[in-house]
Design a binder for this molecule. Structure first.
Ligand code: FAD
Ligand code: UQ1
Length: 442
């Protein structure tokens, strides 16, 4: 019987029958399953931890919840936006990165109920677990800027942060004729805080390569009071800005885009109520970001909405069988894949101890890294810890622009990502650093 006929018949039969039918649907169709280890999110942190947990408890005891058919290596989008790599090299089918034998639950997490060790999905599944690893990443909030995301339908505007808009950055760079090239940094925590700068430096180099640099006024409008949070690298980045005649404006936050008129409106964060409007020939938008709604609405969140974990062990502050990794957590370090790598090694050790009813011992030091691409062949490899102290892998000064570091970022890192990190075989460069600095305290 067609559904429409079926429901009109039920309506005729009255409210009692309707209630019965609802009861039947919710009880009869509830799809329940239990997993020893349940991983939420199949991005960098989720796949990495699935691989590590598979080794620990066996593939049959691990499941990962991820709605997307494609898994993306996001760090390469910096080079895609600059036309140096094709977008297609950033994605692989999720099915191909799920560790073999691990269950892929192709659904979206809708509700977290850690008091009942329960997760609900948008398609009505109820998943219970013994141990939960939350790796849900963060949400991009283009909609918080008036005129976006619909403004991306126009030309001369792009954003390396989204698979949908990253190729528009390269289009805008190619279409550039004369005027302001504006790069923004929002008033929220973001992933890879160097990425808004990298595309600016690459644009400068691109304009020089095609002979248009004299026609471009490059402007970096950032909500922050500094160019980069770590002094050592900020000094280098400021020298480059000066040498290449780039204008940096601090405490400016993009709030509105009139894509039809090519106008960008910024609020002046230190003069409440005041705004400044810029005409642009090209605009690169870094959107505001926040923890996923499903995390914010749960008892796993801290006051800021992020998963509230112990800074050293990554164990949840309230629920000892829950753990967090990556961008969705409140770990006070820069949100990067490099940080996820270091966190994954620590979290594995934490979970091993918790599974044996012992106290976790290993301590995450906040290691994170940002390969600050400064041109089509140079890079400053920033590496630092919770205190913003440099924690460099190589035995040379990484505060300098280097060709070797560019090739590491562009050619070596993707291999390390797909073949080592996602297989749970790369826990960050700490062992390499110790080897390279034999005899020193780092
Ligand atoms: P993600 O990898 O984003 O994964 C989150 C996953 O959760 C996604 O697969 C998503 O589909 C899924 N998800 C979301 N909501 C739900 C839900 N409700 N239910 C189920 N699943 C859900 N890092 C570096 O180390 N070096 C770099 O040079 C670098 N450059 C970058 C440049 C750019 C332009 C960008 C965008 C990022 C860059 N990063 C870089 C950052 C890096 O990509 C992230 O920090 C890293 O991917 C974080 O991993 P994650 O697992 O926390 O989140
Ligand atoms: C890293 O481990 C990592 O994760 C795989 C990245 O993401 C792509 C990075 O960008 C960097 C720089 C590291 C750190 C690795 C080394 C060898 C310094």
């Amino acid at each position: 019987m067609p559904v429409a006929h079926h429901s009109s018949l039920l309506r005729k039969l009255g409210p009692h029958t309707l209630r019965l039918r609802q009861f039947h649907l919710t009880t009869g169709c509830a799809d329940k399953s239990h997993h020893e280890v349940l991983v939420l999110g199949g991005g960098t942190g989720g796949i990495t931890m699935s691989a590590r947990m598979r080794r620990k408890v066996g593939a049959g005891n691990v499941a990962v919840v991820e709605p997307s058919e494609q898994h993306y290596y996001q760090p390469i989008w910096t080079l895609v936006g600059a036309g140096a790599k094709p977008l297609k090299m950033s994605g692989r089918p999720t099915a191909s990165v799920i560790p073999s034998g691990v269950t892929w639950i192709k659904s979206k997490v809708q509700e977290l109920d850690p008091d009942k060790n329960l997760v609900r999905t948008d398609d009505g599944k109820e998943l219970t677990y013994r141990y939960l690893i939350v790796a849900l990443g963060l949400q991009l909030q283009y909609h918080k800027i008036k005129g976006l995301p619909e403004g991306f339908g126009a030309s001369r505007i792009g954003s390396n942060y989204s698979v949908n808009f990253v190729e528009k950055t390269w289009r805008a760079l190619q279409d550039f004729e004369e005027g302001n090239a504006i790069f923004t940094f929002p008033n929220t925590p973001i992933k890879c805080a160097g990425a808004p700068l990298k595309i600016m430096y690459l644009s400068d180099h691109h304009f020089r390569k095609v002979g248009k640099r004299s026609k471009a006024n490059i402007i970096y409008n950032t909500s922050l009071p500094v160019i980069f949070g770590v002094k050592k690298y900020a000094e280098t980045l400021l020298e480059i800005v000066k040498a290449r005649n780039i204008n940096v404006n601090y405490r400016m936050n993009l709030i509105e885009v009139h894509a039809d008129k090519r106008e960008a409106v910024f609020e002046l964060l230190d003069s409440p109520g005041e705004t400044k409007t810029f005409q642009y020939e090209m605009l690169h938008v870094t959107p505001p970001m926040a923890s996923p709604d499903v995390v914010q609405q749960s008892s796993l969140a801290d006051a800021g909405g992020w998963v509230d974990v112990n800074k050293e062990t990554l164990q949840h502050m309230k629920y000892p069988n829950v753990f967090g990794i990556g961008d969705c957590t409140n770990l006070p370090t820069s949100k990067t894949a490099a940080a996820v790598a270091a966190q994954s090694a620590i979290l594995s050790q934490t979970i091993s101890k918790v599974m044996k009813n012992q106290r976790p011992l290993s301590k995450y030091d906040g290691y994170t890294s940002c390969p600050l691409v400064t041109s089509y062949n140079k890079c400053v490899l920033a590496e630092f810890d919770y205190d913003g102290e440099p924690l460099e892998t190589f035995p040379f000064n990484q505060g300098k622009e280097r060709r070797t570091m560019f090739h590491m970022k562009a050619d070596l890192m993707p291999i390390l990502y797909w073949h080592a990190l996602l297989r749970g075989l790369w826990g960050g460069p700490a062992p390499l650093r110790k080897l390279m600095h034999l005899g020193s305290s780092k």
